[in-house]
Design a protein. Structure first.
Length: 274
């Protein structure tokens, strides 16, 4: 690993996202002896990972021999308030709280912790499970440059990391990248269904839709060209792609729908945030 923790890492919440981060950190050399997990009912695949690595798993931790360097808060938002007071008692003056609990703002987290606790709030997305995620993070005023680097390294284990200074941006971030994988999966569903409607059998339609989206995404990643240019390169004037894009790009087409979808998700995120 490219950094050393000055104390244990406490993972509070061993669901899919917390487990994905833990798995990648272990793959990159984090010593499992310095990891503790607090969760009364971890996801089965994460429980297997914890057992295989001989990591201490406890339903509740009320004392530690030394304060954790980092508490990675990965619990469901609805149990955050119940978990934070106990975690606050474990904190030392240099403990960093790295929260990936959706919708919980820095001020809300700080209100449950010790005064001046260093807190980073981040929004990763589900491709983190294969190390291809992207996380957007924001820090409170108590976070030191070293703690910021540690948080960036921990999040970087599962993909790219982008820092912002304005916490309000995490609502549209959640709407674009946090929820975004679901939009892509829906596109795959719709493309396959359209293929079936055009006469393809179900298996072939599914195969073509999946391979096309994966291949196009790989091309987008490897090319320096903007997405708009790549789209134009595929589109011959008067051809089949142009006929389809006349529908998708029309006044009531994909851009209008996507803009409305992201706006709805942003609005809902603000409503749910605490």
């Amino acid at each position: 690993m490219s950094f050393t923790l000055q104390g244990p890492l406490l993972l509070a919440g061993a669901g899919r996202m917390g487990g994905a981060i833990l798995a990648r950190l272990l793959e990159q050399g984090l010593d499992p002896q310095y990891v503790l997990v607090q969760d009364p009912a971890p996801a089965p695949e994460v429980a297997d990972l914890i057992a295989d690595a001989s990591i201490d798993l406890l339903p509740f931790i009320d004392k530690l021999s030394s304060p954790p360097a980092v508490i990675l808060l990965a619990v469901k938002p609805q149990v955050t308030d119940a978990v934070l007071p106990g975690l606050a008692k474990l904190c030392g003056p240099d403990t960093l709280l790295l929260s990936i609990a959706a919708g919980r703002r820095l001020a809300s987290l700080a209100a449950k912790m010790r005064e001046h606790t260093a807190i980073v709030r981040a929004m990763p997305n589900t491709p983190a499970a294969i190390g291809r995620g992207i996380s957007v993070a924001v820090a409170n005023a108590s976070v030191t440059p070293v703690q910021r680097a540690v948080a960036g390294a921990l999040l970087g284990a599962v993909g790219d990391v982008v820092w912002v200074e304005d916490e309000a941006l995490l609502d549209p971030v959640t709407a674009v990248s946090g929820s975004g994988p679901a939009y892509v999966f829906l596109l795959a569903e719709c493309l396959a269904e359209a293929g079936r409607a055009a006469g393809l059998n179900g298996a072939l339609a599914e195969q073509l839709a999946r391979a096309t989206i994966v291949g196009a995404a790989a091309l987008l990643e490897q090319s320096d060209l903007p997405a708009a240019t790549l789209r134009q390169n595929v589109t011959s004037p008067g051809g089949t792609t142009a006929a389809a894009l006349d529908i998708l790009g029309g006044a009531e087409g994909l851009q209008k729908l996507m803009t409305a979808a992201v706006a709805a998700a942003t609005k809902r995120g603000r409503e749910l945030a605490k």
